[in-house]
Design a binder for this molecule. Structure first.
Ligand code: SAH
Ligand code: SF4
Length: 354
């Protein structure tokens, strides 16, 4: 049996009679965040019974929550088989100009969503990799993380949120479920989260980047580049041996990009590994001709790692080199440092305590 969150509206319309009930159901699930059929007042009793027998709705339980002093909230979900994955809510203050030119401040929500339990890619700097690969998340399990984050935080249905697939797992290694989830999440009768507000972060499976480009969903792309030469990149991301830097850059060049947006390149900075200006200048050359923005990330250490966090000075020096050569570059604010910050860390902590 699959979960109700696994179905597109069209699929439900085909199996639920009369079909207008499917839209009512979607409304309950995605606009009212109902997590039980009981709560769905205008759905007739018989249909509720039918739904209960055919589609489970109790897809996830929150088994741990951590709230940071900066507002970051991290949730550990357990699914039906008790496998767990994390999702994080990030709060950012956003300045906007209203129509009279006055600056107003509003809160911007970003959800960091997991795509797999564990990960096959095995990056040497990543805690998720340590536990190996367990399984893909279903489309419904990806969708449900968003529903639960909205419900748990009382986020109104019409408040725009951004989704980044940067939680646990490699989203493009779970391609079909991810694409289906994105279709469900963006449907106007459901959560209605525009694909332009959804960013897929990938460690660089070039063949899947090409495939995703052909799908033309309108999603944003973030590439976890982290290194400018293949030797170091293969040490950090073993998959680089199969999909090297050139193949990734080639796939990015072919990717359809919204003219108002840019491709994000994530660059995890590790002390004495890739924080030098020679690397910065190679990065400028590599990105030549691509509408790119670079996001520098401080390496977030964990027990047993051989890597070290770079100094603030070397981060700023690296950033300034890029900026002075015309490449947009930001340094990622480390949100939620006081709770288990980097993805994978809450899960690790809970499992140790068991
Ligand atoms: N698998 C995808 C998305 C999930 S990882 C990817 O690799 O892009 C999301 C981000 O977390 C990646 O950019 C990754 O480099 C970063 N990350 C992993 N381990 C980290 C650590 N120890 N410190 C800081 N960032 C880390
Ligand atoms: Fe997987 Fe991304 Fe972690 Fe690499 S950084 S092991 S691709 S989750």
């Amino acid at each position: 049996m699959l979960s109700i969150y696994d179905y597109t509206l069209d699929e439900l319309k085909n199996s639920i009679k009369p079909s207008f009930r499917a839209k009512q159901l979607y409304n309950w699930l995605y606009k009212q965040y109902a997590t039980s059929y009981e709560d769905m007042k205008n759905i007739p009793k018989d249909l509720k019974k039918d739904l209960e027998q055919n589609y489970y709705i109790d897809i996830a339980k929150v088994i741990n929550t951590e709230i940071s002093s900066d507002g970051t909230r991290k949730y550990l979900f357990a699914f039906k088989d008790n496998k767990t994955a994390e999702a994080v809510l990030l709060l950012m203050k956003e300045k906007q100009k209203d129509k009279d030119g006055n600056i107003t401040k509003s809160e911007k929500y970003t959800f960091c969503i997991s795509s797999q339990v564990g990960c096959k890619v095995g990056c040497s700097f990543c805690l998720t990799a340590k536990g190996g690969f367990v399984r893909d998340l279903t489309a419904g399990e990806i969708v449900a993380q968003i529903v639960y984050l909205k419900k748990l935080n009382n986020i109104p249905q019409n408040k725009a949120v951004n989704i980044v697939y940067m939680g646990m797992g490699e989203p493009l290694d779970n391609y079909d479920n991810l694409v289906k989830a994105i279709k469900i999440i963006s449907h106007l009768d459901g959560l209605a989260i525009s694909t332009r507000r959804q960013t897929i972060s990938t460690s660089g499976i070039s063949s899947k980047i090409k495939k995703l480009g052909q799908e033309n969903l309108g999603v944003q792309l973030a590439i976890s580049l982290h290194a400018v030469d293949d030797e170091l990149r293969s040490e950090l991301i073993p998959m680089n041996k199969a999909y090297n830097i050139d193949s990734i850059i080639q796939a990015v060049r072919e990717f359809p990009i919204d003219s108002r947006k840019k491709v994000m390149f994530e660059y995890l900075v590790i002390k004495d590994k890739n924080d030098d200006l020679k690397s910065a200048s190679k990065l400028v050359k590599l990105l030549n001709g691509i509408d790119a923005k670079v996001n520098l990330i401080y390496f977030n250490p964990f027990e047993g790692t051989v890597y070290q966090t770079p100094s603030k000075n070397s981060m700023i020096r690296f950033q300034e080199h890029l900026l002075s050569h015309g490449v947009i570059c930001t340094i990622r604010e480390s949100k939620g440092i006081d709770i288990s910050a980097a993805c994978g860390q809450l899960k690790e902590k809970i499992e140790k305590e068991k």
